[in-house]
Design a protein around this ligand. Structure first.
Ligand code: PEP
Length: 255
């Protein structure tokens, strides 16, 4: 059974006081949520503060990126050991902003995924096409390449522990959400790709949608059979909106 997962990506937002207040409000709002998992991904500098606020709560801590090495001369980077020490359970990898602005390649994402799994962090692996690629009919090809390069060298047991996030680049931060049908088409495609490699394990992998998710579109997105949760950017900075997203309805089990 796939438990729906709702993750808030705070990106480069959140000085300590803001981050603590936002985490406290999410904690309060998520207290009575059953049958779904919630996580927030603050900036690195706020991870320890947010961890304290979330202590003994149902809300998990995620990081927005990491290096694959445990330590070394990698100025400005953060390692999986550091993320574990500060209490992270999840790490977002290969976000399109990392790919677009910081030159992350599929090969780097693959190394990060392996390292995250080796350190018992759950990788949330982001894939998705640009507007140009969608308009030229290349969506499935682009997503196939990204999924294959990031994941398909893994054993089935490792694939079981991964979360995939389909985030069409043209929908991120633009207010332009993919229709539930557009998202479902790609989610089903991704699950079939995983099935080729991992067989029935693919049915256990959570595939999140990301791109302008808001309280007014979440319920329709979550009706789709292969959408197992969401990765939320902008709306996750508003605790009320984020909690409403996490309270999507109707609740149902995914098998
Ligand atoms: C994201 O950054 O992962 C994202 C989906 O952003 P937004 O919800 O703002 O489109």
């Amino acid at each position: 059974m796939r438990i729906p997962l709702i993750v808030g990506n705070w990106k480069m937002h959140g000085l300590l006081a803001e981050a603590r207040a936002l985490a406290a409000a999410v904690r309060a709002g998520a207290e009575t949520l059953n049958g779904r998992e919630v996580a927030v991904a603050p900036p690195f500098t706020a991870l320890a503060a947010v961890r304290e606020v979330l202590q003994d709560s149902a809300v998990a801590l995620a990081a927005q990126n990491m290096h694959w090495e445990e330590r070394g001369a990698f100025t400005g980077e953060v390692s999986p050991l550091m993320l574990r020490e500060v209490g992270c359970q999840f790490v977002i990898l290969g976000h399109s902003e990392r790919r677009q602005y910081f030159g992350e390649t599929d090969a780097m994402v693959e190394q990060k995924v392996r390292s995250a799994l080796a350190h018992e962090l759950v990788p949330i692996v982001c894939v998705g096409e640009t507007l140009k690629e969608r308009e030229s009919g290349q969506t499935l090809e682009v997503v196939t390449t990204q999924v294959r390069r990031a994941l398909l060298a893994l054993e089935a047991a490792a694939i079981r522990r991964v979360v995939v996030a389909y985030e069409p680049v043209w929908a991120i931060g633009t207010g332009r959400v993919a229709t539930p049908q557009q998202a479902q088409e790609v989610h089903r495609w991704i699950r079939n790709l995983l099935r080729e490699k991992a067989g029935e394990v693919a049915a256990e992998v959570r595939i999140l949608y990301g791109g302008s998710v808001k309280p007014d579109n979440i319920d329709d997105l979550m009706k789709e059979p292969d959408i197992d949760g969401v990765l939320v950017g902008g709306a996750s900075l508003d605790a009320q909106a984020f909690v409403r997203i996490a309270r999507f309805s109707p609740a149902r089990e995914r098998e």
